[in-house]
Design a protein around this ligand. Sequence first.
Ligand code: ZN
Length: 206
Amino acid sequence: MIPSLENLVEALSQLPTIGKKSAWRLALFLLEQNQEQVENLANCIGEIKEKICVCSECFNYSEEELCSICTSATRDRSVICVVEKPMDVFTIERSGRYRGLYHVLGGVLSPINGVTVDKLRIEELKQRVAKAKPEELILGLGGSADAETTALYLSRLFTQSPLRITRFARGLPAGMELEYVDQVTLSQALNERIAIHYSTGNKDNS
Ligand SMILES: [Zn+2]
């Protein structure tokens, strides 16, 4: 019995995709590193909880009140891409094909799991759209049934807004979360997005 090592294995095996065997491998690897390397890793882990908060505009993770995307002078402010979670921002950014802003909902509607409209940052999105008046809202919400329901809800919510609402084009596999979509497919889906609603704000045309 080596309690401290076993505690580390137990903690590591709580991480996603890490089983008991991988946890043992990682723990033994760390044990063989020098003091400085291990301390650096421990500090990095501690720091993310200390320094990272949520951007007050787009709700992506940030070290400042406003994230670097929201404050960037080179991003296209006329487009907001609505995503489920911060990981999706990372995935889309990695594709390098998107220059607009984001809005992280914090999940997708799933009444059966207690995720109702008030649990997501939908009211914040409404206020943001009213204030910032973007020209386009891209619903970048993956292919699950709940994501589809959420996209439909949002497209109806903004029916009266002078806003183009688009979604990722074909190519996104049904049921698949955004983070598992490969880069080529994602870039293509972004480039070929389809309009699901266009309103001039004039009821005669909606
Ligand atoms: Zn932001």
